[in-house]
Design a protein around this ligand. Structure first.
Ligand code: PEP
Length: 257
């Protein structure tokens, strides 16, 4: 079995101007020790307007903190007012990009076909997509979470070849747990994360499924992270609210201690 390095990614959402971004990354870098980077990959996902500042800080101080974006255009370039292309993100050395976050699906009507096109745009620019999937409360109450999530995975991965899919990261984020303080139980997270891995094995191979990191996201905090991350198929966390405070984010990064 592949030893998958846990990934702890902080989705800043629409928080922090570029000066606040610098302060937060500096605080994070100051708090983290070598052992932390060996135990987990640490990534921040700031708003577009902060990425250049984060890049300058990471490069200048040779920080081991990775960074990426929260969205990517499905288009290469041209008359798409307000959009940011994969080539632009690649030029800023973004390693990751969130795709299909539930807030994009809900407020911007992003469907699986658009999510699929954005995954293609990311890979085309050598950026790793961090694909978000998850069910709403009604689906969960009806017990349809696995079926719902697997259909999102199928839609997102259409025509994505194995050599790309093996680099993908998938975050299981139940919509009812995002920003609500209502975290999934470790067993809930494991059920869906293992089903996602199973679907990757069906779509590609057991070998590939074994390599892909599957994260959990939804009200992760320092105190609930150890229980969730102890599950066999949970390889890290996508963190929203709790990543805005360096001390809390560091606690999550140190989930194994
Ligand atoms: C998210 O937005 O991806 C998220 C997981 O948010 P929160 O941690 O605040 O629930």
């Amino acid at each position: 079995m592949t030893q998958r390095l846990p990934l702890i990614a902080g989705n800043w959402k629409m928080n922090n101007n570029h000066l606040e971004a610098i302060a937060l990354v500096q605080k994070l870098a100051f708090s983290l020790e070598d052992k932390d980077y060996e135990a987990a990959e640490v990534v921040v996902l700031p708003p577009f307007t902060d990425i250049r500042s984060v890049q300058t800080l990471v490069d200048g101080d040779r920080l081991r903190i990775g960074y990426g974006a929260q969205d990517i255009s499905a288009h290469d370039k041209g008359a798409y007012t307000g959009e940011i292309s994969g080539a632009m993100l690649a030029k800023l050395d973004c390693a990751y990009v969130l795709v299909g976050h539930s807030e994009r699906r809900e407020y911007h009507n992003e469907d699986d076909a658009l999510v699929n096109a954005k995954i293609k745009a990311a890979f085309k620019n050598d950026i790793v997509p961090l694909l978000c999937v998850g069910e709403g409360l009604d689906v969960r109450k009806a017990g349809g979470q696995v079926e719902h999530v697997l259909s999102q995975v199928d839609g997102a991965l259409k025509e994505i070849p194995a050599e790309q899919a093996e680099r993908l990261v998938i975050a299981y984020e139940p919509v009812w747990a995002i920003g609500t303080g209502e975290v999934a139980t470790p067993a809930d997270a494991q059920e869906v994360c293992s089903a996602i891995r199973g679907r990757l094995a069906e779509l590609y191979s057991a070998d590939l499924a074994d390599k892909v990191r599957v994260l959990y996201g939804g009200s992760v905090k320092g105190d609930n992270a150890p229980g969730i991350m102890a599950e066999k198929d949970v390889d890290g966390a996508l963190v929203g609210g709790a990543c805005l405070k360096a001390e809390e984010f560091v606690k999550i990064i140190r989930f194994a201690e």
